[in-house]
Write a protein that binds this ligand. Structure first.
Ligand SMILES: [Zn+2]
Length: 324
């Protein structure tokens, strides 16, 4: 049985078919939002490419010498490039730097120790800095024989077009709700909780699973309560901004934006919104607020004061009965 989630099946068939036919592209770009399972797909491809006894479904056997080395993290023909600790600051970097790409190119220039393919996973490829991206472009333009570089990116548009044009792009389709819910239940999540988390995640199974493992769903309910209280004048924007800035402000803004969108959709269907908003006049205000909430989420990463960013946003939440 495939170890991959069902919505990865189409992408897997493409990759496994190319591998079996000996025509795997030397630069692959796996593109999908975080939470869709890109990394699992990349890992399955690398495992299959290195395995000495692939199964009929194209997957690695999990038992041969290559599979054993891979599982131990010691297979010499697999390279993983991701954020490294900066020795000057002792902190994990938030970008992939040129030295890492230079090391990768040198390593791929040597021949494979097992006589097969050498594969590198670069993740997150959309966080290569400019110099690293330039170096990677050169490697992609003059690939060493029998090498495959797998770029894994949540936001492929952030990659330079020159790199994208050198890669075969593999898109992962959004999961259908029934297959995502079945998958979540297969991970040990009760049906009702799985459904709530999947809805809250706007259809993202990986995110839903992560939220089931911690208290993030409670955070969402808290945001909904706060926005209802704000709309009804029971709490002030300042109180809520203080509360949000102290605990997971980015996640709260993500939920707040999604809740505004939900509310607009309810009103558009002629239903009463969950925040006590009742008229269709509120729809454009909610749509504008959705955009502002997402913009505010981006501002949290800047030097602006987070409490003021939140306060500015919350002050524009449509208050029931108030003219805007
Ligand atoms: Zn194997």
């Amino acid at each position: 049985m495939s170890p991959l989630a069902p919505w990865l099946a189409d992408a897997w068939r493409t990759l496994a078919g190319a591998l079996a036919g000996g025509r795997l592209h030397h630069g692959l770009l796996l593109a999908a939002p975080a939470g869709y399972g890109k990394r699992a797909l990349a890992d399955a491809l690398v495992a299959a490419a290195l395995c000495q006894d692939r199964g009929p479904d194209g997957h690695a056997c999990g038992r041969c010498r290559a599979c054993t080395l891979l599982a131990a993290g010691t297979h010499p023909d697999r390279v993983h490039i991701t954020f490294e600790v900066n020795p000057k600051t002792d902190k994990l970097r938030t970008e992939i730097v040129i030295e890492q790409i230079r090391d990768l190119s040198q390593r791929l220039a040597l021949s494979s120790q097992f006589g097969g393919l050498q594969l590198a996973i670069v993740e997150p490829a959309d966080r290569l800095n400019a110099a690293a991206a330039n170096a990677l472009l050169k490697t992609l333009e003059e690939p060493a024989a029998n090498t495959v570089i797998v770029l894994v990116a949540d936001e492929p548009a952030r990659l330079p077009a020159t790199i994208r044009s050198r890669c075969q792009r593999i898109d992962i389709r959004p999961p259908a709700p029934d297959e995502a819910l079945a998958w979540l239940r297969g991970q040990g999540i009760a049906a009702e909780r799985a459904a709530a988390a999947f809805e809250a995640s706007l259809g993202n199974p990986g995110r839903a699973l992560a939220w089931c493992a911690d208290d993030t769903l409670a955070v969402r309910s808290g945001c909904a309560d706060d926005l209802a209280a704000l709309a009804q004048g029971r709490r002030t924007a300042t109180e809520i901004a203080d509360r949000w800035v102290a605990d997971q402000p980015e996640t709260r803004l993500w939920f707040a934006a999604a809740l505004a969108r939900d509310e607009a959709q309810r009103l558009a269907r002629g239903e009463t919104g969950r925040f006590g908003l009742t008229t269709r006049d509120e729809i454009p205000k909610l749509a504008a607020w959705f955009g502002r909430a997402n913009a505010a989420r981006g501002l949290l990463a800047t030097t602006l004061r987070a409490d003021l960013v939140l306060l500015d946003l919350l002050r524009t939440w449509p208050v029931r009965g108030a003219p805007h």
